[in-house]
Ligand binder design. Structure first.
Ligand code: GLC
Length: 593
């Protein structure tokens, strides 16, 4: 699930070229209704808001520190809402803010219906909701259904006695005795975060199962009480007005009831454990009953609440079941992690994966993602060390011009780099402490947001001791300086998002692949129901390329291509029938008339 691929970062970002030939104006903001739980959809878009949304992930520890303790907080997020409004995102997903033992930085929850004091208070959360609503920004919370913290009162009680009313909230096994009479775990399952997935508790004489850290015991979803408790927690937040949830590790809710040994696949992983098949620990069919009931519960709320899934799956077609197939009655947006995390920059692979997401999901809406708090940043994964700044613009164009809901991650829009620790003593993520040096953990993609160069903390904090160090390139790579530079990556993102909001074909049109045998350039059209057509060509090679679009053969009408956006800019002045020539890693977006 966590891509451990790490490559070296490159030099300073390429400086901008020139102003756009054609300036595309942002869709006018539509005032939200203060009375409704969630704001009115942006622009005059058809269908539910999440179908054409841009969702922005906030890792709250690293977004904005308002009280100088070196860690981000809710007031900090509220202070930065104007920035998000200007970027024109529709929603923010905030990684867990609940009280937590903070072993996994919030993903080990001790209370599902409160705010961790390090992030603020419930009143501050409500204020954030209200301020976001005023700006037509929805708030999506992270919901960790698979496990709690071992410090959650349920687990503390469950581990005290087998008679505890919470004992059966967790997955227990007596294990088995080896030849020497020693008690051993019931099977060979390993934790995704290293070592056996079973931990013995002498007080009850049993092992409990943990898919992640041993401080994150798995909940037992075969117990209906667990479902009741977790649905109640979600209602608590839905009642307050959140727009939905991103469901953490939702593919892992069920395990094989017989606890059978996992087949070995050969070799070892970055944590030094044997590679095992996950047929008994992931994506079990039982989970879909829960998803259908969850969808039905969420659908009782007004305002198009949304369920997003953290769904790392082996192939695109596997995602279909998570939407509920042709019935569309499970998650609205299970993440397609294959496009954004499973590829090198290769036109053929992207074409195949994108085509699958358009044809194998019963017309459900794909959700694309290239960056998050668990993976090496796209800048470093796709960059070649020479054309990184151009390549980052291609990634942005892929995310924002294909037929998909777009999920982005703080810092992606300014080209923040992955800052992997160089000494094990600096590592904060336990995954990196345990896995060092094979797996250096996820600190690199979690460094503080780079706002400006007003102080050595990049405007993130006034405290010189931020919880993770600020990356040294903040003097050039920051929101303030990029906002002032028309050719910056930030302004490329802003223009793409504005175009996507204002252009019907890009917002909701179908997608037609073009020039499908071209190994270097990915080209496609977006076509609205009224035949408004936008053509996109992305040169994924280090050589100039001239695609051959053959629009007539693709059934597209029009004889004149007018550039809407291009990188580098300008690519071609005035109109053309074909993109003349695309420089290395060029991105070209044009309207067909
Ligand atoms: C998800 C989260 C990750 C966390 C894990 C366990 O993968 O994104 O950060 O460590 O679940 O909750």
């Amino acid at each position: 699930m966590h891509t451990s691929l790490r490559r070296s970062t490159s030099g300073p970002p390429a400086l901008a070229a020139v102003l756009l030939v054609l300036v595309v104006l942002a869709g006018a903001a539509v005032p939200g209704s203060a009375a409704s739980a969630v704001p009115a959809p942006a622009a005059q878009a058809a269908g539910p808001w999440w179908r054409h949304a841009v969702i922005y992930e906030i890792y709250p520890r690293s977004f904005q520190d308002s009280n100088g303790d070196g860690t981000g907080d809710l007031i900090g997020i509220t202070q930065r809402l104007d920035y998000l409004e200007r970027l024109a995102v529709d929603a923010i997903w905030i990684a867990p803010i609940y009280p937590s033992a903070q072993v996994d930085f919030g993903y080990d929850i001790t209370d599902y219906q409160a705010v961790d004091p390090m992030f603020g208070t419930l009143a501050e959360f409500d204020r954030l909701l209200g301020e976001a609503r005023r700006r037509n920004i929805r708030i999506i919370l992270d919901m960790v259904l698979n496990h709690t913290s071992d410090q959650h009162p349920w687990f503390i009680d469950a581990a005290r006695s087998r008679d505890s009313r919470y004992h059966d909230f967790y997955v227990w096994s007596a294990g088995k005795l080896d030849a020497a009479g020693h008690r051993q775990p019931p099977n060979n399952w390993v934790s995704l975060f290293g070592g056996s997935a079973w931990e013995f508790v002498p007080a009850v004489g049993q092992f409990y199962y943990h898919r992640f850290y041993r401080q994150q015991p798995d909940l037992n979803w075969r117990n209906p009480e667990v479902e009741r408790a977790m649905f109640a927690a979600m209602r608590f937040w839905l009642d307050r007005g959140v727009a939905g949830f991103r469901l953490d590790a939702v593919t892992e809710l069920f395990e094989d009831a017989k606890l059978r040994d996992a087949p070995a696949l050969g070799g070892t992983n970055a944590q030094g454990d044997p590679n095992l098949s996950d047929i008994y620990t992931k994506n079990l069919p039982e989970v879909h009953d829960v998803m259908r009931r969850l969808r039905a519960m969420v659908d009782t709320y007004p305002g198009e609440r949304v369920l997003i899934g953290e769904t790392y799956l082996a192939k695109t077609a596997d995602l279909d079941a998570w939407y509920g197939g042709p019935k569309h009655n499970e998650l609205h947006l299970p993440m397609d992690t294959l496009v954004g995390f499973g590829n090198r920059l290769d036109a053929n692979t992207f074409r195949r994966r994108l085509l699958e997401s358009q044809t194998e999901l019963h017309d459900s809406q794909p959700l694309l993602v290239f960056d998050n708090h668990d993976n090496v940043r796209s800048w470093d994964r796709f960059g070649d060390g020479v054309h990184d700044a151009q390549i980052a613009r291609i990634v942005a164009a892929l995310l924002l011009t294909t037929r998909a809901t777009a999920l982005m991650y703080q810092g992606q829009e300014i080209g923040q780099r992955t800052q992997t620790p160089t000494r094990v003593e600096d590592v904060r993520d336990p995954l990196g402490v345990r896995g060092w040096p094979r797996d250096k953990g996820r600190d690199g993609e979690r460094t503080p947001m780079q706002w400006d160069s007003s102080n050595a903390q990049a405007g993130f904090s006034t405290n010189p001791h931020t919880w993770l160090p600020v990356t040294a390139n903040y003097r050039n790579v920051n929101v303030h300086s990029e906002a002032a530079d028309p050719g910056s990556l930030l302004n490329w993102y802003r223009r793409l998002i504005a175009l996507r909001r204002s252009n019907r074909a890009l917002r909701e049109g179908r997608m037609v692949m073009l020039d499908t045998a071209n190994p270097s350039v990915l080209s496609y059209a977006r076509v609205s129901v009224d035949d408004e057509t936008v053509i996109v060509s992305l040169n994924m090679s280090a050589q100039p390329q001239t695609p051959s679009l053959d629009l007539v053969q693709a059934g597209l009408h029009g004889s004149h291509l007018q550039t809407l956006l291009s990188s580098p800019d300008p690519l071609s002045r005035g109109g053309a029938k074909e993109p003349v020539s695309l420089p290395p890693y060029a991105a070209w977006v044009a309207e067909l008339r």
